[in-house]
Design a protein around this ligand. Structure first.
Ligand code: GLU
Length: 638
């Protein structure tokens, strides 16, 4: 980017109107986009113009050298939205000319990730189309033909320099202070007959574009985001268009394909801005109209470090594995350098893909963009929408990640290597630590994983779906829906929960529990036993162990339990008794060790009778085996 000179918008205003390429509306549209932030009135006008644009043909052109990540998903999305908002087409093209860097499953993963994200392409390698093939390695004859065209016109030449010579030239130029040493033009003087003869005799060579000296290099180009640019003098050398292995370079294949595939707009990351003068040079050499370029700012972390594979740019599948919804992730990336317009902060930033298409325009933020921390917020908002619109779909999205989070924790607990699909995740490590001591293997009696098949996780999700933020936080919050409670945790939490009471009582009454009288203090063990007694006779089958039945049996019992504390008022020399209901707390204690979470009786139904009764028994046993934790009825009270 250093090589580019930003001319900026004042010049823009002074420039005469460019020849129209896609209609007057398109040009007017571009003028607004280039002129920086338009005033409010202009903005409305601007948005109106968007709808007047002719159909755009856009493409997403990844190289299968890695997986889809935040930056590339954003590029794909912007191109998709532009095509859809103008009623045009969105293409997928695989730029696989660098065969040495191909990652074997990258192509397959790309299709999966794009489909998961909801970005459907109209033409592409897997579905074909009028302008195919859409994989560059299958288009080699097309590139060769176009290279030949430039050779024939003297706009390109064969270069026979060995890699060793090129290295030497580079070193010398750097020693002489060149910042970006380019090719020295050594082979540009070889005559055409000699070049043909050497090539025919099989001498290794590449083909270079003759950048200067024949009037085909027009450096100035107009970017939707950055305005007018031209490269610094001398910064673009005679670059390679066809490599020694017969494959085209990225620059060449990209230009030929964008032209032949009739691409009208190219939105891509600002890292490509520096390459664009080369592309424009090639368009001009062929006499083709370049597409409209828009280079969107690079993503950085909060420390202003560019996102990269090593720096927090997490691949898209790992967001899915963590339980983020594709709707939320798309919403998250669309806001990285773009917004629907003034006054759309907060909840009105929440958009599904149809709303994005409706609101889309081409006014992007200029410069680097720091990734936000809105993903959890957006996930919750899209969760709420989906709970109303399609709860089954929502459940299908979140159950596999919850299952993965549980299995990951189990792997870590057992000290086993990570699961293949698990991506190292700091939040997961924190979750695990927060579950200590409940989750440490040193806990002699647990915890045990009770059930984690998908049907069970689905029911567990329904219990607490309104609080779902992501898979790790859901598992953390609802850990005792998935694991048993260790004895030690029962002991600790009972003493914490009982801190505010001197005694527990059960009110007895023939009429209502609230009006009954208080009899002798009971121990927590006695009270818990009363729950076991009340539940014992309900059969375990699904049609008997129901919310309704459990409510009938448990509600009166829960309401009848009170905790009492005597407060001595010294000024009046009297003792006041404070009373608080404690029935619900004792149930939350034996079920979930007082951990906040979903409603108790529906939870008992999901846990099932066997597990519920086992928890009651374990809670009793753990307190009975350690009387120090128990505020029991003592001899003098009885
Ligand atoms: N193959 C390039 C990439 O992987 C495409 C850049 C472009 O959009 O022109 O990013």
């Amino acid at each position: 980017m250093r090589a580019l000179h930003h001319v900026g918008s004042p010049l823009l205003r002074a420039l005469p109107r460019a020849p129209l390429t896609a209609g007057a509306a398109n040009w007017t549209f571009k003028r607004f986009a280039f002129a920086g932030r338009p005033e409010k009135v202009e903005q409305n006008l601007y948005q109106a113009r968007t709808s007047l644009m002719p159909p755009a043909r856009t493409r997403f052109a990844p190289s299968p050298t890695g997986y889809l990540h935040l930056g590339s998903l954003r590029t794909a999305l912007f191109n998709y939205l532009l095509a859809k908002t103008t009623g045009g087409q969105f293409l997928l093209r695989l730029e696989d000319t660098d065969q040495t860097r191909i990652v074997s499953d990258a192509e397959q993963r790309l299709y999966e990730d794009m489909k998961w994200a909801g970005l459907k392409w109209d033409e592409g390698p897997d579905i074909g189309g009028k302008f195919g093939p859409y994989k560059q390695s299958e288009r080699l004859p097309i590139y060769r033909q176009h290279v030949q065209e430039l050779l024939d016109q003297g706009k390109a030449y064969r270069c026979f320099c060995s890699p060793e010579r090129l290295d030497e030239v580079k070193k010398l130029a750097m020693a002489a202070g060149a910042e970006m040493p380019g090719y020295d033009g050594h082979c540009s003087h070889i005559s055409v007959p000699e070049s043909e003869r050497r090539a025919a005799s099989g001498e290794a060579h590449c083909v270079r574009f003759k950048t200067h000296g024949h009037g085909n290099f027009e450096p100035l180009f107009n970017d939707l985001v950055y305005g007018f640019y031209k490269p610094m003098p001398g910064s673009v050398d005679d670059f390679i268009i066809m490599k020694r292995d017969g494959f085209p370079t990225y620059h060449f294949a990209n230009v030929v394909d964008d032209h032949l595939m009739e691409i009208t707009h190219v939105i891509r990351g600002a890292e490509w801005l520096v390459s664009t003068p080369r592309h424009v040079g090639l368009y001009n050499a062929f006499g083709w109209q370049p597409p409209t370029f828009g280079h969107v700012g690079l993503l950085t972390d909060p420390q202003k470090q560019k996102l990269s594979k090593r720096h927090g740019d997490i691949d898209i599948a790992s967001y899915r594995n963590k339980g983020y919804l594709s709707e939320a992730l798309l919403n998250y990336v669309v806001l990285l350098g773009w917004s629907a317009g003034q006054g759309t902060k907060g909840t009105s930033e929440v958009m599904n893909i149809e709303q994005m298409i409706e609101k889309f325009h081409l006014r992007f933020t200029r410069g680097d963009i720091c990734v936000s921390n809105k993903l959890d917020f957006l996930n919750s908002k899209h969760r709420d929408k989906l709970l109303v619109q399609s709860p089954k779909y929502l459940q299908a999205q979140v159950v596999p990640p919850i299952s993965l989070a549980i299995r990951t924790l189990e792997q870590k607990r057992a000290g086993l290597p990570q699961l293949p699909e698990e991506v190292p995740d700091h939040s997961m490590a924190t979750t695990f630590d927060q579950l200590v001591p409940a989750m440490t293997p040193s806990c002699s009696d647990g915890p045990g994983l009770i059930n984690h098949n998908e049907a069970y996780i689905g029911k567990a999700f329904e219990l607490d779906q309104r609080n779902y933020v992501n898979a790790a936080s859901f598992v953390q919050r609802n850990r005792y829906l998935f694991w048993t409670v260790p004895s030690k945790v029962y002991q600790q939490t009972l003493s914490e929960g009982m801190r505010e009471f001197d005694h527990l009582f059960i009110r007895t009454s023939e009429t209502t529990p609230e009006q009954g009288h208080i009899d002798a203090p009971r121990s927590a063990v006695e009270i818990t036993t009363a729950f076991a007694d009340a539940l014992r006779d309900i059969p375990a089958d699904e049609s008997s162990w129901t919310v309704k039945r459990l409510q009938e049996v448990l509600n009166p019992l829960m309401k009848s339990i009170v905790g009492l504390r005597s407060i001595i008022d010294d000024s009046k020399s009297s003792t006041e008794t404070r009373e608080k209901p404690w029935g619900f707390s004792i149930v939350r204690w034996f079920l979930f060790a007082l951990q906040p979470g979903p409603a108790l009786i529906p939870s008992m139904v999901v846990l099932g009778k066997t597990e519920t009764m086992a928890r009651i028994q374990k809670a009793i046993d753990s307190v009975a085996s350690d009387p120090s934790t128990e505020k029991s009825a003592t001899a003098e009270h009885v």
